[in-house]
Design a protein. Structure first.
Length: 259
């Protein structure tokens, strides 16, 4: 376990150390501590390389996608598993997991070009929602089926309608599953580069992963600046996982044991 922990953490530690060095020190002292911390790499990456603007774009796109996706999938999963059970529709939604993202590139460009959503963040949000909806439904279906149906019956006896049962009973109980969907979707959207490169071209609308990829020059690359961008992009992901760690584990193991 200790060896695995070191193997997992050391690349992150190396990136942090390298973000505080210049190119000469990275080449000469690649694995050592920085002799003089260059915090200016972060300032230059945030302002000069427009990482700050891209950071805001990524946060906005991810949060809107999460909000839309969690509402759609939780409602759909509630209907498919607890109201009008449809094995066919459940399998239909799950089939999207088998479709690779690369197969969606050309259709997405043609569709969004016709809708005039090319080079718009709204188009990127729609694509992210569509790409992640199958996996989100798969997770939510497994969790919804594990919620005792006696809760629905008790709420019905107390006079709750279908909407009241969902919002007051099922939705709060389903928080671990929703947290799992939200965390995994956030990681997928935050780390995406391919769809962003295809749909977004204006520098002011680029996401963080696109801006960081542009920091690597054709002839000369400032690796300290590049590593500073990596650290900035890693922080929200780590924070998101630490915030919902318990809920993610509970959501992923929901339905694993019967009886």
């Amino acid at each position: 376990m200790s060896i695995s922990a070191v193997a997992a953490l050391y690349p992150f530690i190396w990136v942090v150390f390298s973000s505080l060095k210049d190119n000469n020190e990275i080449y000469s002292n690649s694995f050592g501590l920085p002799k003089a911390a260059m915090w200016s790499n972060y300032a230059e990456a945030w302002k000069g390389a427009r990482v700050g603007r891209s950071f805001v774009n990524s946060i906005f796109v991810c949060l809107v996608t999460l909000a839309v996706l969690t509402v759609i999938t939780s409602m759909a999963s509630y209907i498919l598993t607890r109201v009008t059970k449809s094995r066919l529709l459940s399998v239909y939604f799950s089939l999207g997991i088998m479709i690779p993202v690369h197969a969606l590139l050309i259709p997405s460009v043609l569709i969004f070009k016709g809708l005039h959503l090319i080079d718009h963040l709204s188009g990127l949000m729609i694509v992210y929602t569509a790409v992640n909806i199958s996996f989100a439904m798969f997770i939510m279906n497994g969790f919804m089926e594990g919620i005792p149906r006696e809760l629905d019956e008790a709420a019905t006896i107390d006079g709750c309608g279908r909407a009241g049962i969902f919002f007051h009973i099922v939705f709060p109980v389903a928080k671990p599953g929703i947290a799992t969907v939200a965390t995994i979707t956030f990681l997928n959207c935050w780390n995406d580069l391919l769809l962003g490169l295809v749909l977004i071209s204006t520098p002011a609308r680029k996401t963080l992963s696109m801006t960081i990829s542009a920091l690597k020059g054709s002839y000369v690359t400032q690796y300290g600046l590049l590593c500073a961008g990596f650290v900035i992009s890693i922080v929200p992901v780590v924070f998101m996982y630490l915030l919902f760690q318990k809920q993610v584990i509970a959501g992923m193991t929901a339905g694993a044991v019967k009886g």
